[in-house]
Design a protein around this ligand. Structure first.
Ligand SMILES: CC(C)(COP(=O)(O)OP(=O)(O)OC[C@H]1O[C@@H](n2cnc3c(N)ncnc32)[C@H](O)[C@@H]1OP(=O)(O)O)[C@@H](O)C(=O)NCCC(=O)NCCS
Length: 167
């Protein structure tokens, strides 16, 4: 298959409502079977509500990138400085265009930024049951560093692997 022509642009305030909707669409397509619907709703509200996203845009330690194909917004990657490390915090590609290299392009963009800023690696957290994502991160050079269970409130936990990619 030919690689898609992708343009990566920074997210700006007018994009926020569309990013919030895109997150919901991708989460609904991806997470049933991995976490409960209640947890999906809770995490979407906590992390992708428009007010939260406007706050993220103002944070100098966060970078919000979005990917377009033929004028259509098809995914996004958020990265940030987290506890002194460079973290890929969110990576979501629309199901219509998954497995066509878009995730890889966004990972490369984030890794390039981390390297320019002098960080030795990029880290991320991924649900242990999200095999598709884990495989994709392995393909792009991430390895599992540790296993964590984090309480995120309202009785929910994130049961994750922390993965890292050396730069
Ligand atoms: C995980 C994700 C970001 C990867 O992005 P992508 O653009 O689909 O991935 P790429 O095309 O760059 O990489 C493809 C690799 O990912 C894995 N992968 C992606 N989709 C897959 C699928 N449907 N089934 C199995 N493996 C899959 C494979 O390892 C694949 O490599 P291969 O095609 O050589 O076997 C994307 O599939 C996605 O948004 N998934 C749903 C949301 C999610 O889980 N995000 C990560 C949260 S931590």
């Amino acid at each position: 298959m030919n690689p898609l022509t992708i343009e990566i642009r920074p997210v700006t305030p007018p994009d926020v409502p569309a990013i919030s909707s895109l997150a919901r669409e991708i989460w609904q397509a991806s997470y049933p079977g991995i976490i409960t619907q209640e947890q999906i709703d809770f995490m979407l509200e906590q992390r992708y509500g428009v007010d939260r996203l406007y706050d993220d845009l103002e944070d100098l330690h966060k970078w919000l990138d979005q990917a377009y194909h033929n004028g259509r917004r098809i995914g996004f990657a958020f990265s940030e400085i987290y506890n002194g490390e460079f973290k890929l915090d969110k990576l979501y590609i629309h199901p219509d265009v998954q497995r066509q290299g878009v995730g890889g392009l966004l990972i490369a963009k984030v890794a390039e930024r981390a390297k320019k800023l002098g960080y030795p690696c990029v880290i991320l957290a991924v649900n242990k049951r999200n095999v598709k994502a884990i495989n994709s991160y392995k393909k792009y050079g991430f390895t599992v560093r540790e296993s964590v269970v984090e309480d995120i409130g309202r009785g929910f936990v994130m049961d994750d692997y922390i993965m890292e990619k050396r730069l």
